[in-house]
Structure formats: C-alpha cells, structure tokens
Design a protein. Structure first.
Length: 269
C-alpha cells in the first residue's frame, strides 16, 4: 500500500523532512535566546538609567574595559574641556535616525590629570567632509557633566570599520586607547554620553537620544514561527503521502479496467 515510500524520490523527501525538523527546532530556540537576551538587556539599561548618578571613577579607570553590567550607568565628572584635542566621529546619525553627521568627542581634564572622553552630541555634516566641521564651543572653565557611561567602541562590538587615513581630527570609533595615544595622558576606559552640563554653555550639539529599552523585538514571534514550521513538516509529509497513495490507487484502478468494461460502464450511466 505504501511501498512507494521506498522509492528514491520518497526516501530523499523523507530524509530532508527529518533533517528540517530538528533544524527548525534549533532555530526556534536560537530566536528564543535572542529574545531572552533582549529582555535582559532592556532590564539592565532601565535599571542603570534609573540608578543614582555617581562619579565616573567608580566604574572605570585608565586601560580598563567598562563591564557590561556598568554600561548605561548615570555618571558625573568635573573638570575642564580640552578643546584643542577635540575630534569628531564620522558617519553618525542624528535623533531622526536618518540625517548623517558627526559626534563631537571632547576630552575632559580631571583634577588628577587624568582624562575622560565626553560625547557632547551630534552635529550635521557639512558640504566638505575633508575638513574639520564647525563645532559648537564647549563651555569654558570648570564644568560638571552628567551622562551615560558607555564602553569603548571597537569594530567587533560596533560593526563599524576603523578607517585609516581620515582627515585630521576625524575618527571612526570612540575609543579611549586610541585617544590616549594622541593626548599623552591616562584616559579612563569608555566614555560619557552627555545628558546635561553645568554650566550648559551656549548653543551645543544635539544630545544623543536615550536608548529605547521598551522594545523587545520580533524574536519571540520568530521562535514560535520556527516551531510551527517544524510541526508542519510531518503534517505536510503525511498529507503528501496520503495524496500519493490515493493517486496511485486511482491509476491502478484505471489501468485494471478492460476496454470492454469502459463502454459498458458508460452505457450503464
């Protein structure tokens, strides 16, 4: 009855189906893990943003990588801006997530002669990308900044290529180790993403938008889809096998009918 399942075509189809089922199940769990990671990351960001502001030195030091659990913490620092070593970070989007421009990265000299990098915000790109853009002046004198602590950017964690040979005072990544070489001073690992400043100064770059930590993404829906697909494979295989059996039975019955029986049957109808 189901001997056709032993044919080459059906053996291959069955093997493919058997391979698809565990593959789809694993893909579903992969999406589930991505969902869980996203939820945990959102929780971390929310908790750290809501935590009281503390001195940046509590979480980082020169040559130290900012731990994941400390990213997005609200931190403060007091010092004077070193605008002579200010740089801009290329190819960054504004708050509308469409306009391309620069982040303004300014070293803040701390009282102990160390430095912390401050991302003062975003400015639009000018017409000549080979020149240093016009940057709103940083507040002069002693200033206290408050912002979100971020880890150094690398190509690995940001996906941004660290391009070489850029125009003077332009960089691709916000990286404390790179800036320490240019400053010849100890630079705290990571950087501060500015949210407020005292004094504020005149016109300033557009603040970087706070991270969206409420969107959990589509990963759970994708996980359910993969699991439904995995359940649909054996169902689809069974439906195809039943249809094949029915078609073969119909062909066998037609072949068994004699030429004399066909007109007799037609006449009876």
């Amino acid at each position: 009855m189901y001997r056709f399942l032993l044919t080459r075509q059906w053996v291959i189809l069955t093997l493919v189906a058997l391979a698809l089922i565990p593959t789809m199940i694993r893909l579903g769990f992969w999406q589930l893990h991505r969902h869980e990671h996203r939820v945990a990351q959102n929780q971390l960001i929310g908790d750290n943003l809501d935590a009281p502001a503390v001195a940046v030195e509590k979480f980082t030091a020169p040559g130290r990588t900012v731990p994941r659990d400390d990213t997005w913490r609200t931190v403060t620092a007091t010092g004077t801006y070193d605008t002579a070593h200010e740089v801009v970070v290329r190819q960054r989007t504004g708050s509308d997530e469409q306009s391309i421009g620069y982040f303004v990265l300014t070293p803040l000299l701390l009282p102990d002669d160390r430095v912390v990098l401050v991302n003062r915000g975003w400015i639009p790109a000018g017409t000549d990308l080979t020149k240093f853009p016009k940057v709103p002046a940083a507040p002069s004198g002693k200033v206290t900044v408050t912002g979100r602590l971020k880890a150094d950017e690398t190509t690995g964690n940001s996906g941004i290529k660290d391009k070489q040979g850029l125009p003077p005072r332009q960089v691709s990544l916000i990286n404390s180790e790179q800036q320490a070489k240019a400053l010849s001073r100890p630079v705290l690992g990571g950087y501060i993403e500015l949210t407020s400043s005292s004094p504020k100064g005149g016109k300033q770059p557009q603040p970087v938008a706070a991270p969206n930590h409420s969107d959990i993404g589509p990963h759970m829906a994708y996980a359910v889809q993969w699991w439904l697909f995995s359940a649909g494979v054996p169902i689809g295989w069974f439906v195809l096998a039943r249809r094949e059996r029915r078609d073969r039975a119909a062909e066998a019955a037609k072949a068994a009918a004699t030429p004399e029986q066909v007109p007799a049957t037609a006449a009876a109808d």
